[in-house]
Design a protein around this ligand. Structure first.
Ligand SMILES: Cc1ncc(COP(=O)(O)O)c(C=O)c1O
Length: 392
């Protein structure tokens, strides 16, 4: 079936965070919002249809996540990513960030250290400090090619007896890396040597562009499986963040029991009836749509890349391997971070995430969400191009 991504449904008249908070964040409604990591692309029909069907039944009481929903996810993970989880490994979660908070509480004490690899999605370090733990920063290394990699030496040198957990972002938001086996194996070796548990946030794992391949951290070896808690879901893949449903896969029983102590105290419950059917439908019906989506997303990225190549002294786009988030190096513009933000808001009329919000290493960078229709992408590129031309 052919899918059409040329246009998408207007979200202005909904409660979409991306639109509603424009005034508060950018001081104006007159920006195209390209910040929050959801898509301005219609959630696929098979998902919406499953919800409509469920609504034909008139009772919306408490419901358990059906085993068939977890099974659909398990089958998808096996087929798409070569890892086999079992039903007992899987726990419902309404939010990956909330699950991360549970893991931090379950596997560390107040004052202990948690490893965070910056620049990274801000809740990684906020979750640590909100829980009164210490952020142990293991910054990513920026290579001459513009790509990022881990800094294993720094990691090994910094870990001490008070360091308990590593928050891995794989694929990585915002730098767009899909970590290679060797890179993950280096991290694994250090974690095994130093007794570190890994929270692997793999929420972007389906949004990977060929020839890159997502390797689940837990799939590296039996030992990896034993120290890893994996967060996965359909929120990013099928634009379903509004359904608020993901899962934690924890094969090691001891870790699962420890995780569940905090999880049950907080009362994660079983989520929403409509999410259950939407989640299952996405995994069962989603493959073809996802393949078409990825082609579309890569075309959008390519438009942005081409624009950056036209202004090489000002912008350099970080090569992308996964996610729909472009990490743009704007240091050539010679602007302070505040001025860079003002340039994008007032001159380009675009609402991006400031690089600095992902950690100090993000200074001089901006993150642009290119998961939009092709019509919208053209507007984004035209706005940026015209603002850049005026700066020459
Ligand atoms: C790496 C990463 N983890 C987690 C989330 C948020 O997940 P959730 O909405 O399930 O808390 C995002 C959203 O942007 C993300 O990029």
């Amino acid at each position: 079936m052919a899918y059409d991504f040329t246009t998408s449904t207007c979200r202005e008249d909904t409660n979409a965070e991306k639109y509603t908070l424009r005034e508060e964040l950018f001081g104006t409604e007159d920006v195209l919002p390209v910040w929050v990591a959801d898509m301005d692309i219609d959630t696929p029909n098979f998902v919406l249809e499953s919800v409509k069907k469920r609504l034909e039944h008139s009772v919306m009481g408490y419901e358990e996540v059906p085993q068939s929903a977890f099974q659909a996810q398990i089958d998808w993970m096996q087929k798409e990513h070569g890892i086999r989880f079992s039903l007992e490994d899987m726990l419902y979660s309404h939010s990956v960030v909330a699950s991360m908070g549970v893991a931090i509480e379950a596997f560390s004490e107040v004052g202990q250290k948690i490893i965070v690899q910056t620049p990274v999605y801000p809740p990684f370090f906020h979750s640590v400090s909100h829980a009164k733990r210490k952020v142990l920063k293991n910054s990513l290394k920026l290579l001459k090619s513009g790509k990022y990699t881990f800094d294993g030496d720094d990691l090994r040198a910094k870990i001490d007896d008070d360091t308990k957990l590593l928050l891995l972002c794989s694929p990585h938001n915002p730098v767009g890396r899909v970590w290679k086996k060797e890179e993950l194996e280096e991290i694994l070796a250090i974690c095994l040597e130093k007794n570190i548990i890994v929270f692997a946030d793999e929420i972007h794992s389906d949004l990977v562009y060929a020839p890159h391949v997502h390797i689940p951290f837990a799939s590296l070896s039996e030992e990896a499986r034993n120290i890893t808690l994996t967060a996965i879901g359909v929120g990013k893949t099928f634009n379903m963040a509004g359904f608020a449903m993901s899962t934690m896969a924890i094969p090691n029983k001891t870790l699962r029991v420890k995780f569940k102590e905090v999880y049950e105290r907080i009362h994660f419950a079983q989520g929403s009836t409509l999410s259950h059917v939407a989640f299952e439908s996405a995994y069962i019906n989603g493959k073809e749509w996802l393949e078409a989506l990825k082609v579309h997303l890569y075309t959008n990225f390519h438009m942005l890349e081409k624009l950056c190549l036209d202004f090489p002294s000002m912008l350099k786009i970080t090569p992308i391997e996964g996610t729909y988030l472009a990490w743009i190096d704007c240091r050539g513009m010679d602007l302070r971070d505040k001025e860079l933000r003002v340039f994008f808001i007032q001159e380009a009329k675009l609402g991006l995430n400031a690089g600095l919000s992902f950690g100090r290493e993000g200074s001089g960078f901006m993150r642009l969400n290119f998961a939009v229709s092709s019509t919208r992408m053209l507007q984004i590129v035209q706005r940026l191009e015209s603002a850049l031309k005026k700066r020459i």
